[in-house]
Write a protein that binds this ligand. Structure first.
Ligand SMILES: O=P(O)(O)OC[C@H]1O[C@](O)(COP(=O)(O)O)[C@@H](O)[C@@H]1O
Ligand SMILES: [Mg+2]
Ligand SMILES: [Mg+2]
Length: 334
């Protein structure tokens, strides 16, 4: 892992955003403010996650989301908190959320940005004190300001992201994001209520010896993925699967490794959502020198047709993703 200490570790997120804004001569400060709004909501959600066991926020909310998954109370709370922060911030005209079927119009018609968000990632781990996260993608609207965000504004492919990031609520809470100029990580200091630069200019190793995949569905995995998993085992790689995409991704981003959620009989298009899981992490991993594909196509090039469409995900160290793609093209002689 190599660091360039452009900005000293310990720089606050606010100061970092301000300094980076200077890199963009035409910056108007709106994207900076939007990133601050997201950081604010993350602090509030972090507080509720840390106290989850004490408060009545564990367990199911008693209704299903558009994915047909039972919503957890914290899914709903995180959704409310992020939507409120984005609405009050004024920079966002429309939001796509995992927890809402339709586009959320914020009423900020002057807002230039669209946010796609997975308010709480790793929902199955909420009640068992395992790391969970939030994932977000930011796009510039295509339509003129002065009106609501349109479907066309929302359905842009991943190469149009102006920023993307995630928050991991783990042993420490971190915010990791990119605006297309590298990836930086900030650790939250609760007693000061501040995020501090702790992981400047993250670069992911070209390869690794860790693979993350829920092999429970292996019988219906594509042949190429089965072959790759066997290759990992024959190569003595370690299997690590937390079951929270953000947490598995974060570990592999820092240490090298690969996360695979392929198509299965149960989920022919995979499980993960293009607009608020795959695109965001795809942008980050590419900015850190890694790769993200659906097994053959670059994730960021996939043209979205639905707000909640799913796609298979192969993401992480570049050489490992290449290997999976080659197996899926069944070109590699073992
Ligand atoms: O239980 P499975 O099938 O392995 O799926 C786990 C995956 O699903 C997810 O929980 C989906 O995300 P949500 O929790 O936001 O719905 C990922 O975080 C995780 O990697
Ligand atoms: Mg998720
Ligand atoms: Mg979620």
């Amino acid at each position: 892992m190599n660091f360039n200490l452009a900005l000293p570790v310990g720089t606050t997120l606010d100061r970092f955003i301000m300094r980076k804004e200077k890199d963009f001569p035409y910056a108007t400060g709106e994207l900076s403010q939007l990133l601050r709004d997201i950081a604010l909501a993350a602090k509030i959600v972090n507080r509720e996650i840390n106290r989850a066991g004490l408060l009545d926020v564990t367990g199911g909310f008693g209704q299903q989301n558009v994915q047909g998954e039972e919503q957890q109370k914290l899914d709903v709370i995180a959704n409310i908190r992020f939507i409120r922060a984005l609405r009050n911030g004024g920079e966002v005209c429309a939001i796509i959320s995992e927890e809402e079927e339709e586009i959320i119009q914020t009423g900020n018609k002057k807002g230039k940005y669209i946010v796609a968000i997975d308010p709480l990632d790793g929902s199955s781990n909420i009640d068992v004190n395992v790391s969970i996260g939030t994932i977000f993608s930011i796009y510039r609207r295509k339509s003129e300001t002065g009106c609501d965000g349109t479907l066309e504004d929302c359905l842009q492919n991943g190469t149009h992201q102006v920023a993307a990031g995630y928050i991991i609520y783990g042993s420490s809470t971190m915010l990791v994001y990119t605006t297309g100029n590298g990836v930086n990580g900030f650790t939250y200091e609760p007693s000061l209520g501040e995020f501090f630069l702790s992981h400047p200019d993250i670069k992911t190793p070209a390869t690794g010896t860790v693979y993350s995949c829920n092999e429970g569905g292996v019988n219906s995995f594509p042949e190429g993925v089965k072959q790759y998993l066997n290759y990992c085992k024959e190569s003595g790689y370690s299997g690590r699967y937390i079951g929270s995409l953000v947490a598995d991704f974060h570990r592999n981003l820092l240490k090298g490794g690969i996360y695979i959620y392929p198509s299965t009989a149960k989920a022919p298009n995979g499980k993960l959502r293009l607009m608020y899981e795959c695109n965001a992490l795809g942008f980050i991993v590419e900015q850190a020198g890694g790769k993200a594909s659906d097994g053959s196509r670059r994730i960021l090039d996939i043209e979205p047709t639905e707000l909640h469409q799913r796609c298979p995900l192969v993401i992480g160290s570049a050489e490992m993703v290449d290997k999976v793609e080659a197996f899926m093209k069944s070109e590699v002689a073992v």
